[in-house]
Write a protein that binds this ligand. Sequence first.
Ligand code: SF4
Length: 314
Amino acid sequence: MVWGMDSSIDEAVTPDAGAGAGSGPAAGGGPGGAVGGRGALAPVSLSPSRAGDFMQCPLLYRFRVIDRLPEKPSEAATRGTLVHAVLERLFDAPAGERTAPRAKALIPGQWDRLRESRPELTELFADDPEGERLAGWLAEAERLVERWFTLEDPTRLEPAERELFVETELDSGLRLRGIIDRVDVAPTGEVRIVDYKTGKAPRPEYAEGALFQMKFYALVVWRLKGVVPRRLQLVYLGSGDVLTYDPVPADLERVERRLHALWEAIRQATESGDWRPRPTKLCGWCDHRAHCPEFGGTPPPYPLPVRAPGSRAE
Ligand code: SF4
């Protein structure tokens, strides 16, 4: 079990690496137990994002986790990363100096750091020689950062953790992992998990989907620390809303059962190679339409061995 910091989340390993690790589904007969061709990647763990991918479209999950097809950086996602970095770094300053001007002043430096660590991001504004789009993009990042100060007061917060990498293995062997934006711990020991969203809050009928990620994290924290987080808090910088939920153990047990069912479906698809496309309006944002049968495309050859229908795993 891990309660520590990490900057990356790998949800798939080369079969050799998974077997060598000697833990988790890769070594224990889960999807990672498959032996694929060179470079083939089999899933060994779940994060909220990838669980969401599979629920949205199994084929999208395959493209991202198994084939690891490249995706173009998007302005919105990159701005989200930038704003997250700024909000994280602001807490380096003494409480009294965590002001909106100081936070906005962090943006240029964090943008430079981001481009240094991910050179492919320079292509985002390659067709913007005058820098007009970039200026507008940065101005929107400033607005999002400013809005945060209307929702929370960082001078009164002292996070226990920021950008916290968490990982745990359930009794079933399913490994869950993710990165939590912020963890606050009250003097009483009560834990609050906070996630920043640079988009708008969902309509109430879609709130459950938004909370899934938070309950996932709450389950991981519960399993790691033996404490059910007192509060889950989603901070929507795009619309200026805060969505909170106070979970009880039964909520998290439901999420655990749902994740087991999801993982079983992923295991079966990994072994059979049967990854169905599930078209929705979200396809408009999918980078893989050229490979998707729903859009006249053909997926790349499946890189993992396929188990014949009806045959049993050893
Ligand atoms: S285009 Fe739509 S159906 Fe096809 S892989 Fe992407 S999300 Fe799935």
